[in-house]
Design a protein around this ligand. Structure first.
Ligand code: P6P
Length: 338
């Protein structure tokens, strides 16, 4: 019987190949993966675990916090604070950065995460996930204490990024800058087993993902692209398109990594409108790193997301990512409009 490659073995092999995987990064990813197993276990219990429903509190985004949001955040903090590989952490669920307690050694990496993405789907039993991003801590060399500004690095500085999707299977999808790999949780053994050793996104697609109820707020290039998709075979794109919208970014991106597609959460066209819904530091950047490593593209409509210099920890950004030819088409439409 073919021996199964586990996450640890994959990371050790990457370490040997002198990829971005240092011993600290390996420990960090293994620790996050173990925390995702615990989160997936809590999610899987559902009503039996007494963890469904809301807490009646709001997070820094002004979004109602689900019990599982806060529990998932705590699981990631507790799993990662003692290992000595991190200088600090940041999360969608926390207003400011989380400093490693003085009783633990500090490391040279920063960990950012959306502990449970897709919260609106928790109580209706639809796939949700955890997204994480790893940056180097610039302050480490200077010996000063880490601060929020140290997190404000463009997405191209990421050392690693990944997500866990808690669906019919629990999967962990990861990049350390050497392509994209996928692991499936072997629930009997409790180990992440390599099942997808080279995930790539088809260049073309005939499937788009967008929340159509926001149509009145879209910029013209987005409207033009979607209208062309809806025009089907007789339209300028010459083929019929299908539509999906799960409203869990992790699940929508996982589908695109699995069979192609384009995911759009565009910025709002109104002058007073939001720059987008998704947060750049712990949603758009990690997903863009993964999508690019899988041969796709990721922009805010016009600019490559990984080049954007963030100015605030919880900054929002428009997101257009997936099959390269489709993303570049939307980019062209923005350029023609400029
Ligand atoms: P809407 C989940 O709340 C999330 O942040 C992403 O996971 C998802 O893609 C998006 O929001 C869904 O937003 O407006 O369709 O509910």
């Amino acid at each position: 019987m073919k021996r199964k490659t586990t996450l640890t073995q994959y990371l050790v092999e990457q370490q040997r190949k002198k990829q971005a995987v240092s011993a600290e990064v390996r420990l960090l990813i293994e620790t996050v993966a173990r925390a995702c197993k615990a989160i997936g276990h809590a999610v899987g219990k559902g009503a039996l675990g007494g963890v469904l429903g809301s807490l009646g509190t709001e997070n820094v985004q002004g979004e109602v916090q689900k019990k599982l949001d806060v529990l998932s955040n705590e699981i990631l903090l507790e799993a990662n604070e003692w290992g000595g590989h991190l200088a600090a952490m940041a999360s969608e669920e926390m207003e400011t950065i989380y400093h490693i307690p003085n009783r633990y050694p500090k490391g040279e990496y920063l960990l950012l995460f959306d502990p449970l993405d897709g919260s609106s789907n928790i109580d209706v039993n639809v796939s949700i996930g955890t997204i994480f991003s790893v940056l180097r801590a610039p302050h480490h060399a200077s010996g000063r204490d880490v601060d929020e500004k140290d997190f404000l690095q463009a997405g191209k500085e990421q050392v690693a990024a990944g997500y866990a999707v808690y669906g019919p299977q629990s999967m962990l999808v990861l990049t350390v800058g050497a392509g994209v790999v996928g692991f499936t949780l072997d629930r009997e053994m409790g180990s992440w087993v390599l099942t997808h050793d080279n995930i790539t996104i088809p260049e073309q697609t005939s499937e788009f993902a967008i929340n159509m109820s926001n149509m009145r707020h879209w910029e013209a290039p987005v409207r033009r692209y979607i209208d062309e998709c809806l025009a089907g075979k007789s339209g300028p794109l010459g083929k019929d398109y299908n539509m999906r919208w799960i409203a869990s970014m992790v699940a929508d991106v996982h589908r695109i990594l699995s069979r192609g597609g384009i995911f759009m959460y565009p910025r709002d066209a109104r002058p007073s409108g939001r720059a987008g819904k998704l947060r750049i530091m712990y949603e758009a950047n990690p997903m863009s790193f993964i999508v690019e490593q899988a041969g796709g593209a990721a922009t805010d409509g016009s600019r490559r997301i990984l080049d954007i210099q963030p100015e605030a920890l919880h900054q929002r950004v428009g997101v257009v990512l997936g099959s390269r030819a489709e993303v570049e088409r939307v980019q062209r439409y923005h350029a023609e409009q400029a």
